[in-house]
Design a protein around this ligand. Structure first.
Ligand SMILES: *Cc1c(COP(=O)(O)O)cnc(C)c1O
Length: 360
């Protein structure tokens, strides 16, 4: 069986060993005579799977005890509404940092519910950098500060965690969670859709400091209130049981790999190899400021866009797929999330060099 190296921005590759384990357990999980998909979410077996996944995630990310971990549905996009509904409390407004497409979506959704103050905006640069700490115009009376540590489309990643004083910092980590160690205690809340670095689509993880729960605005739907899910161990209604289970297998895989320190070392190496190949050539270019380059999503262009199709065709023949850039950016985008093997990056770099020699 030849598995492709899939550079998709999401849903993305999963570790082969995780899929094999899920396959081995598909018909009969642990002698239960059932697939995980068929289990009651309130049964003893499934409860043990869910608890183990949460414990492993807490372990891998070193999540402090005063944070709840919620396993929700609705994607990161539902969080764009849940955040203002739950966190504005008796304040009037929140600060948002705008660094690209996903920040913009979070901002436009928040504006339906609250006053949004733009604390920084890098659109002047074409969203190719991140603001520095001293460029942030933070309102000390804001309910929270929201930002996107990694902009999946632009390939722009913060190289620091903004200091927001006593104002809770909220991070959309959909495309960078678990890629390297982070200090969770610096955040009020972290959230991520699963389909990039966690597991199958359908699951959304929210890591939220307990004191921020229970202040939802009047009229917030029950399902959109963090308190509902926190009080019910994410089992108020049926959760995305199978995605939660596979996410648990991914957390075990991360632990075997040496946790997030081990993962970060691999990710750094992969990203450095790819950026080095781009920078060593006049044929390929990446527009992002060096300090803001993403470890996870690497957009790059060819000197002659008329060669894009030939580049993609040759890549595909070598098992390197889904490299076409986002329609708003053009060119190529290589998403090199945790599960992309280093071998995939090596093969991509080799193909880039071969293509340049033949065409450049
Ligand atoms: C993919 C992505 C989203 C959207 O996630 P859904 O789960 O599809 O709603 C939001 N933010 C970022 C940074 C993303 O990469």
């Amino acid at each position: 069986m030849a598995r492709k190296f899939n550079f998709s921005a999401g849903p993305a590759m999963l570790p082969t060993s995780v899929i094999e384990r899920a396959q081995a357990e598909m018909l009969d999980w642990n002698g239960s005579g059932m697939s995980v998909m068929e289990m009651s979410h309130r049964g003893k077996e499934y409860m043990s799977i869910a608890a183990r996944a949460e414990a492993d995630l807490r372990d891998v990310m070193a999540i402090p005890d005063n944070y709840k971990v919620l396993f929700l549905q609705g994607g990161a996009s539902s969080q764009f509404a849940m955040i203002p509904m739950n966190l504005v409390g008796d304040k009037q407004s929140a600060d948002y940092i705008n660094t690209g497409m996903w920040s913009k979506k979070a901002i436009s959704e928040a504006k339906r519910y609250i006053t949004v103050n733009i604390a920084a905006d890098t659109s002047d640069s074409g969203f190719t950098t991140v603001p520095s700490q001293d460029q942030l115009k933070l309102n000390p009376d804001a309910a929270y500060v929201h930002y996107t540590p990694n902009e999946t489309i632009g390939g722009v990643e913060f190289d620091y965690i903004p200091d927001t004083g006593d104002v809770p910092l909220i991070a959309d980590m959909s495309s960078t969670i678990l890629s390297r160690p982070i200090d969770v205690s610096r955040f009020g809340m972290i959230y991520a859709g699963a389909q990039k670095n966690i597991g199958p689509a359908g699951l959304t993880i929210v890591i939220i400091r307990e004191d921020l729960i229970g202040k939802a605005s009047a009229g917030t739907p029950t399902m959109f209130d963090y308190a509902t899910h926190a009080e019910n161990e994410s089992m108020y209604n049926t959760p995305a049981t199978y995605s939660w289970y596979v996410a648990g297998l991914v957390f075990e895989w991360l632990k075997e790999l040496g946790g997030l320190e081990g993962m970060a070392a691999i990710n750094k190496r992969k990203a450095e190899k790819l950026y080095a190949a781009i920078d060593a050539s006049d044929f390929y270019a990446n527009p992002v400021a060096i300090h803001a380059r993403s470890w996870m999503n690497v957009p790059f262009t060819l000197a002659n866009p008329e060669l894009d199709a030939a580049f993609l065709k040759g890549a595909s023949e070598r098992g390197l797929v889904t490299l076409k850039g986002h329609r708003s950016v053009g060119g190529m985008r290589a998403s090199i999330y945790n599960a992309m093997p280093e071998e995939g990056v090596d093969l991509l770099v080799a193909w880039m060099q071969e293509f340049e020699r033949n065409q450049g």
